[in-house]
Write a protein that binds this ligand. Sequence first.
Ligand SMILES: [Zn+2]
Ligand SMILES: [Zn+2]
Length: 569
Amino acid sequence: MCWQARASDTTWALADNVKVTFLGGLGDIGRNCATIEAQGSLLLLDCGQMFPDEFHPGVESILPDLSYIKERADRVVGCIATHGHEDHIGALGYLLRDVSFPVYGSRFTLGLAERKVKEFGVLHRTRLIAVADGEHHRIGPFDCEFIPVTHSVPGGVITAISTPQGKILHSCDFKLDLFPVDGRRTGLARIGAISSEAGIRLFLADSTNAEMPGSSRSESDIGGALDRLFAAQNGRRIITACFASHLHRVQQIVTAALACGRKVVTLGLSMKNNVALGRQLGLLKIPESSFMQIEECDTLDPGEVCVISTGSQAEPRSSLATAAAGGSRWIRIDENDTVVLSSNPIPGNEVRVSRMINDLLNLGARVIHPGEIDIHTSGHGRQNELATLHHAAAPEWFVPVHGELRHLRAHAALAKRLGMPESRVLLARDGDQIVMEDASLRLRPSVTTGDHLLVHGPFIAADGGVLNERAIIGEQGVVVASVAVDLEGLCLAADPLVVSRGWLDQPQADDLMTEIAEDLTEAISAKLAMGFVELAELRQVVRKTVGSLVNSRSGRRPAILPLVTALHE
Ligand SMILES: [Zn+2]
Ligand SMILES: [Zn+2]
């Protein structure tokens, strides 16, 4: 492959510098967000969130380092929403509270973004500007060209951004599906043309599946598998679950259902909304005569129904997880049901999905999942597909994006195998900045923290230790010891009070509580007998006395919370 720019470096001689700053998504799969700055303007490339895992107990959402944008609020000229997945648009509502800017994306992407932004009550702070395949839009000083791409949601766009330092090409989340369900193929020819005409100075590309050899299967392959599967469920109700934004999958489920004479109904709010949006935009074809509401499906025989539900990841309170737990107000699952999970568990969700499968089996349902037959394919390209994109783009410089460190490294290694010199592959992480200059590109590490911003209700901040506290309390519980002292009389003002939560069950804890209170009385009285003491010292005595007794008697290390109050302070 040719890694050198087709245009000579003199094209950019004496041009303004361009800065590309990564605020999220380079180190995690999630919270994708980058900024491109030139001539005093700042263009945002995605603004996504990440869903918390078991290492983030009690956290609602994890955001990119938005402080970098807020500090430059007056320079923001817009945000390109490359596609409608949460890891690309999910933080828009949070950012629009503080910064006002237009959002550019395909009509389906904007439909999803609009709903998100509305939930935050900040729709009036943005303008949603629809872009069509092949269109150019001038956003501040940047000319942006939008090129179609195949992915697991309709309407994704690869963006070619003209800057004073040459073109930046961003791959979007990418796979190379030669037989896409909607016939909308990745614009490889256009990328090749841009590469040979102007040259691509900097290439940013999806690394999610960079470790995986070969190619991913076409989405349309799944349709055949679903057809065969549905045909074998004579007389049984079919309940399928897939991602609500994956309208191509939904379309194939609908097609398979109609082929065996079933009517389709949706279950779950996001499925209902996305199917409505897809039908409105002409992306999803369901004849009105075959579409029913969930309230009506009991009027049909089980063999005449196909339910399309949310909850393929067994998300808590999702429709399928609720039905599997027997708590759905809409459907009761029994031995007449075949449940088809048409998505792989996202890493981290395996245990939850497995538990839901067991719950469904327990209710008598037949369960079919991608571990058994091929009813899912990834929306992210593997090495052969990435290589094809690299060949078409033939960039001068490359930064792998969208991945954990292992994925970014694998993508960097792939680029080198494709012939890029090591010095032209920059391995950036969240918080790092690429400075594009006439002579070269260089990486400035840690220009901003790249911190995970954690959302706890109205509070948004980097972790200051609360996650560790939650982990300790969650695993070991908490013991609260309250002591009131009379600092004038230098004696205890009342008997110490000890309570616990999550440490031991009450019968076992009760005996130890009495013992702790006695030890505390002794230790505090001894300390007070030595004369005047600071409250901080008394708190130390309480913590040590309670901690050592709790640990020696129970072998546990719960959080110890010493409360010392003083009379006559
Ligand atoms: Zn993504
Ligand atoms: Zn995506």
